[in-house]
Structures are given as C-alpha cells and as structure tokens.
Design a protein around this ligand. Structure first.
Ligand code: AP5
Length: 220
C-alpha cells in the first residue's frame, strides 16, 4: 500500500507510539513522532532540545512555532511514500499549519485515527511504561514486558522510565490534552477524516481495528 497519510490522535498513554510502530512494521510508512524527535534533541543537547526540555519535564506543550518547524523539515521529502504523524498536531494552530504544509506538498490526509482509552487505563499504561534508550521501542512492565528485565529485545539497549511519566507530570499532561488537543477531535470530524477506535484492548486487538481503517482509506 503506498502513499497513505495518517494522523494518530489520542491522550497521553493511549498507544499512539505503539500503534505507529506497528503500522510502520506492517505498511512501511514513515513515522514522524514529535515526542521522539524532541526527546532525541534533548538527549543530544541541541538548541531545539534546550528550548524544549523545560516544557517537557513539566508535562506542558512545547510552543507551536518550535514544533511546527521540526515537522515542516521532516515532512519535506517524506510525504511521497506515506506517513504517520504521532503526537502532532496537538493544538488548533498546529492543525492549521499542517493543513498549509500538506497543501504546499500537494498532498492530503487520508484519515485521523482517534484512540479512545479510559483515564484509569491511561494512568496504568503511563506509570508502568519503559522505553529503549537506543532505538525508542516501547514496553510495558505488565502488558508488554521485555524478555530480559531492563534490556531491549530488539537492539539490547538499556530501558528507562521517561522523566514525564511521574504521577504529577502525568496529571499535567492529561490536563494539557483536555485543554488544547481534545478540540481536534471535532476539527477532524468536521473535515470527515475522523476514525475513532476503542483502544482499551490489547495492542493486537487495537491494531486489527486500525488495519481495517487503513485498508478502507488505502489507495490500492
Ligand atoms: P509524546 O511523546 O507525544 O507523549 P504523549 O502524547 O503524552 O504520548 P505518550 O508517548 O506518552 O503515549 P502514547 O499514546 O504514544 O502511548 P504509548 O504507545 O507509549 O510527547 C511528550 C512531550 O513532548 C509532550 O508532553 C510535550 O511536552 C512535547 N510534545 C510532543 N509533541 C508535541 C506537539 N505536537 N506540540 C507541543 N508539544 C509536544 O503507550 C503507553 C504505554 O502503554 C506503553 O507502556 C505501552 O507498552 C502500553 N500500551 C500501548 N498500547 C497498549 C495496548 N493496546 N494495550 C496494553 N498496553 C498498551
């Protein structure tokens, strides 16, 4: 399947990164995760990382102009083969910027997949998440544990707990989602692009629902 362009929307912990990874493995679409790009910049200590780290550690959104800039750079040249946006857009201003970027690239979104998960499940997922410090693969201590404790199955890298997965920061992130991002559900519903999915089941069950959506909007 070529050229399918998707946004994955959903609150922190809904499984956006996990589903984006599974879509990449199954369909070969490029994954653009603003969270991963920002964390990478923080790790490398770049100017972008210095600007972003204070906001991220507190669980707040990074300013729109910073995030739009990195997505614009990443989308150039990626749009042709199809892509999945994970964690972007997150505000109405970002959604409007994305519309303009896609128009300039002469392309469009095929679907916005909205992952719906109850709040108590989100908190359980975030507080027990671990991530590989090398390749970024996502684990969960109960739901998707690595074969060897603390070690990535894919690359042998060390697993770590994200700074923003602490209880108080999780609360801030969930509030940021309600205050800034939730309105995008309506934004994309009005555009006829929204596909809401019950994402409270396990990863394979959720991915099966996504596969149905992707084959229904695919160009094959
Ligand atoms: P970001 O990294 O995007 O964080 P987020 O949106 O809070 O989402 P998460 O990565 O926490 O969760 P997810 O939905 O990807 O779930 P995951 O698959 O990991 O952003 C981090 C920060 O960067 C923001 O707070 C902000 O500061 C900044 N930022 C990023 N983008 C920005 C933007 N556009 N504008 C402004 N600022 C921005 O899964 C969670 C856990 O659950 C894992 O342990 C996983 O193994 C498990 N799990 C997943 N799916 C299932 C399932 N179906 N069943 C059981 N367990 C599951």
């Amino acid at each position: 399947m070529g050229g399918v362009n998707l946004v994955i929307l959903g609150p922190p912990g809904a499984g956006k990164g996990t589903m984006a990874g599974m879509i990449h493995n199954r369909y070969g679409l490029a994954v653009l995760s603003t969270g991963d790009m920002l964390r990478d910049a923080v790790k490398k200590g770049t100017e972008l990382g210095k600007k972003a780290s204070g906001y991220m550690d507190k669980g707040e959104l990074v300013p729109d102009d910073v995030v739009v800039g990195i997505v614009r750079e990443s989308l150039e040249g990626t749009a042709d083969g199809g892509f999945v946006l994970d964690g972007f857009p997150r505000t109405r201003a970002q959604a409007e910027s994305l519309d303009t970027m896609l128009e300039n690239e002469d392309t469009r979104l095929d679907a916005v997949i909205n992952l719906e998960v109850p709040r108590e499940v989100l908190i359980q997922r975030l507080s027990r998440r671990r991530q590989c410090s090398e390749c970024g693969k996502i684990y969960h201590l109960d739901n998707m544990p690595p074969a060897r404790e603390g070690v990535c199955d894919s690359c042998g890298g060390k697993l770590y707990q994200r700074n923003d997965d602490k209880p108080r920061t999780i609360e801030v992130r969930l509030k940021e989602y309600r205050d800034n991002t939730l309105e995008l559900v309506d934004y994309y519903r009005k555009k006829g692009l929204l596909k809401s999915v019950d994402a409270s089941g396990n990863a394979d069950a959720t991915f099966a629902l996504l596969e149905e959506i992707i084959s229904s909007v695919g160009h094959e």
